[in-house]
Ligand binder design. Structure first.
Ligand SMILES: Cc1ncc(C[n+]2csc(CCOP(=O)(O)OP(=O)(O)O)c2C)c(N)n1
Ligand SMILES: [Mg+2]
Length: 782
């Protein structure tokens, strides 16, 4: 544990300290009042509790005051503990960057969000938070992005910011934090501060004191400085008095739950217990405090002492080593339920909030006036403090870089037989050979599956990113290998350990490089398709904050046959469809892939664009000979007729991705019986479905009468036509097409866990082969 060195001069003058204390009080008030207004004053139409976390806010108000009004600079970026959102909005309000209207509509439609949101909040949220742990870890990856750009001279030394997370102590239970910690150590990351609101309470109750020293050990092991802010100045002064040492020793050994309970019960309870436990000198010391003063003394822990906090931040700013601050706090500090184990969702009653208002000196009726009720002289001091906060400087913090030119077309890899995975590798390797700005802005990243997902060609050309140069010893020793593994600041591949959470958090951070640093990057993450599930919450998190990237997952489905059951992904197409902001593509052929990849790079730069997910395969397929390029328009919209049906056709095969050969075999077997039948190549069930629902919505809401792409595609078929859908994954990703025009569907796909086997065996076993198609056709036309 790093002791805080005594500062040579106080970090705050008396007038600054008193102004800062007022800001802290007003933030406590604004956060409490914002939540109170939403729950007690705003009309409630549905009888649901609106909620908000007054206790979690109170716990962190001092920390945020010291941070935002003294330590923070405009280039710093902060992930705020989700349930401290009202404090964050209060801070912005004091800076004049948030409106009263937004606060009044907290947790209502269009108002300030329950948890800070980059995309939904109107003020300047750096990182969305909500799913605890993710907002913490993403800051480490943001610092990696900053290093990446700095190595290219795109972030000047004087603009390097700190990536800061304000977190609850229960967030430290989330495993993704430790995965990120390991990765941060490997990449020698810096400029990261994680500030723990160590109130030793989670949602349910108080937390285990067995972790008291463990966090120090864990973080110090991976090179972090740990600054433990356990005691406030008033407490340290008391400890220095006669009997003070016994008081400190008592606190050191007091279990979390007892400390919390006594904090709730207040001065009388503290006195009773301390008189029982302390030796005579300690008892005398306690005797010098009135009940209220004793209660204040016992709860003014380091995380509630502005002087301690400001000094700690000043000290930490001396170097760029990663820092963990463990700031001891009391949950619900200064509120009637402080320390109560059930206070997480506790709300003050109207009487209680009124008492708080009076104690802080906010005049009745002026509850939203941030500085009402202060003497003119003090108000001027407070305004000066706010105006002088470094963070208040008028510096642009959110960017929207101009789009980078993407080549008109990507070269289609050559070969009569190709797998989409290999084609992906070749397309990227070809881009890597070019000198364009676009190529220079691609960043690939993978959780230890770089080689097996075919990024090797790109990495050979563009190198690994590493702040310090690393050599490929095997290459230097002339040991044959197709893979060159050298690292430098110019490298464009970020190699990660296996943890998929880190992959998606890394994509989140790199995918925000444009908005955070004004530099558009094109991040591409590769992983095995089944392991998307491992990082799913982080993927959702990344997309929710409007990060832009490509996910290329390969291999997928039964084509991972020899690997066995749990490696064969089944529900990932549904994940792609169900995930807002992400378009699922599952092309079968190399030319489709080249077209769609190019389109994705264009789209991820559009304001209304999004992320793209390519579900690829290692299965070699015969490539089609194209008569012309007319298929492309449809492919970009999600499907095109590989074999056009004739008007009134009574059957069509609708396949997606690697099952093209089965669809074509089925076609050959059935075309005599069903003259004019068609074969629909689906490149994106997701896009088709979205187009269909959007067209319906537009019609119902009086918008333009659009006919969706899938409606147009299916319109030549006869009304009672049958559709056989084929997808190497959950059949429900395609079975819905029957609803578009009322056709009858037999949906082939995988609904049970896989198992080892070769493709003919597996396709037979899971009913995805030609025979299954024939059976389905017979069943449709009984
Ligand atoms: C991944 C995830 N799981 C559960 C929750 C629900 N939840 C919200 S806050 C919380 C506990 C927070 O405790 P702590 O981090 O210590 O914050 P405090 O309120 O004590 O400051 C839980 C379980 C969540 N938001 N995210
Ligand atoms: Mg807590």
């Amino acid at each position: 544990m790093n002791a805080i060195a005594p500062a040579s001069k106080p970090a705050l003058s008396p007038s600054e300290l008193s102004a800062l204390a007022t800001v802290e009080e007003r933030l406590l008030w604004l956060a409490s009042w914002t939540i109170h207004n939403a729950n007690h004053l705003r009309p409630n139409r549905d009888g649901l509790k609106v909620g908000g976390h007054q206790a979690s806010c109170a716990s962190m108000t001092s920390l945020m005051t010291a941070l935002y009004f003294k330590a923070l600079r405009p280039q710093d970026r902060v992930a705020v503990k989700p349930h401290a959102s009202p404090v964050f909005h209060g801070v912005q309000y004091l800076f004049g960057r948030q409106t009263r209207d937004q606060l009044e509509r907290f947790r209502g439609l269009g108002g300030a969000q329950s948890y800070p949101s980059r995309t939904k909040d109107k003020d300047d949220v750096d990182f969305s938070t909500g799913s605890v742990g993710l907002g913490v870890a993403v800051t480490a990856f943001a610092s990696l992005v900053q290093d990446y750009l700095a190595a290219r001279g795109r972030v000047p030394a004087e603009s390097m910011g700190r990536m800061i997370a304000l977190l609850g102590d229960a967030e430290l239970d989330e495993g993704n934090i430790y995965e990120a910690l390991i990765e941060a150590y490997k990449h020698d990351l810096r400029n990261i501060w994680w500030i723990v609101d160590y109130n030793r309470q989670s949602l349910d109750a108080t937390t285990s004191e067995r972790m008291w020293d463990r966090f120090d050990d864990i973080f110090e092991t991976v090179g972090w400085d740990v600054l433990t802010l356990k005691y406030g100045k008033r407490q340290l002064e008391a400890f220095a008095k006669p009997g003070g040492q016994s008081l400190q020793a008592w606190i050191e050994s007091c279990p979390n739950d007892l400390y919390a309970a006594l904090s709730y019960q207040g001065g009388v309870a503290w006195r009773e217990r301390l008189l029982q436990d302390l030796p005579l000198e300690g008892q005398k010391l306690i005797g010098t405090y009135e009940d209220a003063a004793l209660s204040n003394l016992m709860t003014q822990l380091g995380g509630h002492c502005l002087e301690t906090l400001v000094e700690a931040f000043e000290q930490a700013a001396q170097d760029d080593r990663p820092k963990l601050f463990i700031a001891y706090t009391v949950k619900g500090w200064r509120l009637p339920f402080q320390g109560h184990k059930d206070n997480h969702s506790g709300l003050m009653t109207p009487t209680q909030i009124d008492a708080l208002r009076q104690s802080i000196g906010v005049p009745e009726g002026q509850e939203w006036e941030a500085l009402a009720g202060l003497s003119p002289a003090h108000e001027a001091e407070v305004r000066a403090l706010i105006a002088q906060a470094p963070f208040q400087a008028d510096v642009k913090r959110r960017f929207n870089p101009a789009p980078v030119a993407i080549p008109d077309a990507f070269e289609v890899p050559k070969g009569e037989q190709q797998a989409t995975q290999a084609a992906f590798g070749k397309i990227l390797a070809d881009i890597a050979k070019t000198e364009s700005d676009f190529a220079a802005r691609i960043v690939t990243t993978s959780p230890d599956v770089t080689v097996s997902t075919n990024l090797g060609g790109f990495v050979n050309r563009r190198g690994l990113f590493s702040r310090t140069a690393t050599k490929d010893v095997f290459k230097d020793r002339k040991i044959a290998s197709p893979q060159i593994w050298t690292g430098s600041g110019a490298g464009q591949h970020i190699e990660l350990g296996i943890a998929e959470n880190n992959l998606f958090l890394n994509l989140a951070a790199f995918g925000l490089a444009g908005e955070h640093f004004g530099e558009r990057l094109f991040p591409i993450g590769t992983l095995y398709d089944p392991f998307i599930a491992r990082g799913l919450d982080a993927l959702n998190y990344a997309i929710y904050q409007n990060a832009r990237f490509l996910v290329v997952s390969t291999p997928s489905g039964l084509t991972l046959g020899p690997e066995g059951g749990a490696h064969q992904s089944i529900n990932t197409p549904l994940i792609g469809m169900g995930q807002p902001g992400l378009t699922h593509w599952e092309p079968a052929f190399a030319d489709e892939l080249a077209l769609l990849m190019r389109h994705s790079f264009v789209d991820l730069q559009e304001d209304s664009g999004g992320c793209h997910y390519f579900r690829l395969s290692t299965r070699l397929l015969d490539q089609p000979v194209r008569a012309d390029s007319s298929w492309q328009t449809g492919a970009l919209q999600g499907a095109y007729w590989l074999i056009h049906p004739s008007a009134g056709a009574e059957l069509a095969l609708v396949y997606c991705g690697a099952l093209a050969p089965e669809a074509l075999a089925g076609y050959d077997a059935l075309k005599e019986d069903y003259p004019g039948m068609g074969v629909l190549a689906v490149t994106s069930p997701d896009l088709l479905h979205r187009g269909w629902t959007a067209a319906g919505r537009a019609r119902w809401t009086g918008g333009p009468r659009l006919t969706s792409h899938i409606e147009q595609l299916l319109s030549p078929l006869q009304a009672r036509a049958g559709l056989i859908t084929l997808l190497d994954g959950s059949p429900s990703a395609l079975s819905w097409v029957g609803s578009v025009l009322g056709h009858r569907v037999r949906a082939l796909g995988v609904e049970q866990f896989g198992q080892t086997g070769d493709l003919p065996d597996l396709y037979r076993t899971y009913r995805l082969d030609r025979e299954a198609i024939l059976d389905a056709a017979a069943d449709l036309h009984f």
